[in-house]
Design a protein around this ligand. Structure first.
Ligand code: SF4
Length: 313
């Protein structure tokens, strides 16, 4: 049985509490974005197929849903681009047929949304959040690094057509990279593109903190330039970082830090103890390591996660 296809619920900046489904379990994507927190894309492909056994997905969902978890969304996300999974339509169908009280969300880079098969597969989702980080081919190649030969115009046409056909909510996400996609000319192009789509919301995102390659962090003032223009098209917001005062009381971060106060944890234990996928656990550890809340220490060939910043080197 494949481990941790279903993980969480975890606290999500955009979705509240979110139960995750990872239909890939590896960094498989049709893009290789310069800001991707999951690291370099291992399999750069447009091929749709089953990446994990369907029976394992349903087995894990049945086990988790039997406990009736409190969650705002069940979200397809995880290690790469979820619409590359040929099973996504069947899994969404299973969720809507067996537990319709849960809302289903698909986080996607949007590249396959022009494909009629993919449109049919995600048709029963309640919410689709596609990304549009580039306003032209040059930015697309520089930021998203799609599979070679991928054209920006067919991508945006496919995305726009999807938004007009889909019956659920569409929230467009734009990742602001200062110096790359935030000129006045870029913002004007984003507005023209967004104007061809049916959008319920536009969310602007940026790195929480410096650290991924050479990608800079956008200030609120800079993001406001986008808000001023894009609000004409759909309600637009800049997603704030979590602050301790508005984070849900039990985030994965707070649960891990609470565990570490009792003593170090073997690195491979983190996912199991918090009910996260290996991918999510890895991101969580890296985030808290970067903020100085934990450090890694080696002992007898094993790696342990320990509380605090650790000894200066
Ligand atoms: S589309 Fe998403 S998963 Fe794929 S490389 Fe970009 S940020 Fe990472």
């Amino acid at each position: 049985m494949t481990k941790n296809i279903v993980f969480g619920p975890i606290a999500s900046r955009r979705l509240g509490r979110s139960l995750g489904i990872d239909l890939l379990m590896e960094k498989i994507c049709c893009q290789d974005c310069i800001y991707c927190e999951a690291g370099k894309t291992k399999i750069h492909t447009l091929e749709r197929k089953s990446y994990v056994p369907f029976a394992d997905v349903i087995g894990q969902l049945n086990a988790v849903l039997a406990k009736e978890p409190e969650t705002d969304y069940i979200t397809f996300s995880g290690s790469g681009e979820p619409t590359l999974s040929a099973d996504i339509g069947r899994v969404i169908g299973f969720l809507k047929d067996t537990c319709p009280r849960y809302r289903v969300c698909v986080l996607t880079n949007g590249m396959l949304l022009g494909d009629p098969d993919v449109r049919r597969d995600v048709a029963r989702a309640d919410l689709v959040i596609p990304s549009l980080d580039a306003s032209c081919q040059e930015e697309f190649d520089r930021i998203n690094r799609p599979v070679p030969g991928s054209g920006f115009v067919p991508f945006t046409r496919g995305l726009a057509g999807f938004t007009r056909q889909f019956r659920g909510q569409v929230w467009l996400e734009i990742f602001i990279i200062p110096g790359v996609n935030d000129s006045d000319a870029s913002i004007g192009r984003f507005a023209r593109l967004a104007g061809t789509m049916r959008l319920d919301r536009i969310q602007l995102n940026s790195l929480d903190r410096p650290g991924t390659g050479n990608v800079a962090v956008s200030t609120e003032e800079n993001a406001q330039r986008f808000v001023d223009v894009l609000s004409e098209i759909a309600p637009t917001e800049f997603i704030r970082r979590f602050r301790s005062s508005d984070a849900p009381p039990e985030t994965a971060e707070s649960r891990l830090l609470k565990l570490l106060r009792k003593g170090p944890l073997h690195r491979e234990e983190v996912g199991k103890r918090l009910d996260l996928s290996d991918y999510e656990a890895g991101l969580l550890v890296r985030r808290l390591q970067f903020s100085g809340d934990l450090h890694l220490a080696g002992k007898d060939g094993a790696v342990f996660v320990c509380s605090g910043r650790g000894p200066e080197k």
